[in-house]
Design a protein around this ligand. Structure first.
Ligand code: AKG
Length: 274
């Protein structure tokens, strides 16, 4: 498979802990996924997480990447090629989970400073370097509607202690304060179709959505199969993905499978399976 990222992209990811790829999805692909993400089936399978002020952010999370349009996107050749370039050749690429993040206008809540590996460590994954997240903007995601903020280069500080802050797990605030003295705060603004690849130890957060516009994204998380977690019961994260062509997403015409292994809040959220 041909390389998607340049050597400079890979260097920037290693140095900064994140990489923005503009127009990773075409407008047609983005519109298709955006429409599906607003369907009753997806919204209804989601759950709310309260931020500290009581504002809610809604997410719908599933593990196995199926044959529907979301699964075809997360298994597409361009996605897997890019991840291979960033994670290297040490193992086969597996899909841990994907989630549709729904930040409603005016009411969508904030996310505390955290590292994804703050959660995933507790699932028993031992090798953060074998993991990565990819956020794709389905709507514009900018400062006004609560885009992701990152501390550039903070992944090099390794994992911080995470504690429950309301319903979310946040990195120890004293350490975050210190990290902010060393790292530049970047608002990772995205246009629809742009992708943000980020390292599991990158500190990130987002503000509530105070604007009139929704902020919808999808985040897919991946793992290399040698990184076998000792507390995660869903096998998706150690099952190599079956790669599909880039054309498959549009060819699907917008298909949704509701027979999925969705995360249900009541049962599992307290086990750190975000
Ligand atoms: O969607 C957001 O603004 C933040 C999401 C996030 O930080 C995460 O899923 O790890």
């Amino acid at each position: 498979m041909a390389a998607l990222l340049s050597a400079l992209d890979s260097d920037n990811y290693a140095k900064n802990g994140y990489l923005i790829v503009k127009k990773f999805l075409t407008d047609a692909e983005t519109n298709l996924l955006h429409k599906l993400s607003m369907s009753e089936e997806i919204v209804e399978k989601g759950f709310d997480l309260n931020d500290q002020t009581g504002k809610k952010t809604r997410l719908t999370l599933w593990f196995t990447p199926g044959d529907d349009s979301f699964g075809l996107m997360s298994r597409s050749e361009k996605m897997i090629v890019a991840i291979r370039q960033l994670l290297g050749e040490k193992g086969n690429i597996c899909h841990f989970h994907s989630k549709v993040m729904q930040k409603a206008p005016k009411t969508g809540g904030a996310w505390e400073w955290h590292q994804d590996y703050g959660y995933w460590y507790k699932n028993g994954f031992l090798y953060p370097e074998a993991m990565i997240s990819v956020m794709i903007a389905l709507t514009e995601s900018v400062k006004a509607n609560g885009c992701l903020q990152v501390l550039r280069g903070s992944h090099l500080m390794q994992r911080f202690e995470h504690v429950f802050i309301g319903e979310q797990q946040g990195a120890d605030p004293i350490f975050v304060e210190e990290a902010m003295k060393h790292c530049e705060l970047v608002y990772a603004e995205l246009e629809p179709g742009d992708a943000l690849f980020f390292h599991p130890n990158l500190l990130h957060r987002s503000d509530a959505n105070h604007s009139e516009k929704p902020r919808w994204t999808i985040i897919s998380a991946y793992n290399l199969d040698f990184n076998v977690p000792f507390r995660e019961k869903n096998p998706s994260c150690i099952t190599p993905v079956s790669v599909v062509s880039n054309a498959a997403l549009l060819e699907s015409g917008g298909v949704l499978t509701t027979q999925r292994d969705f995360l249900i809040k009541e049962k599992e959220i307290t086990l750190n399976v975000k």
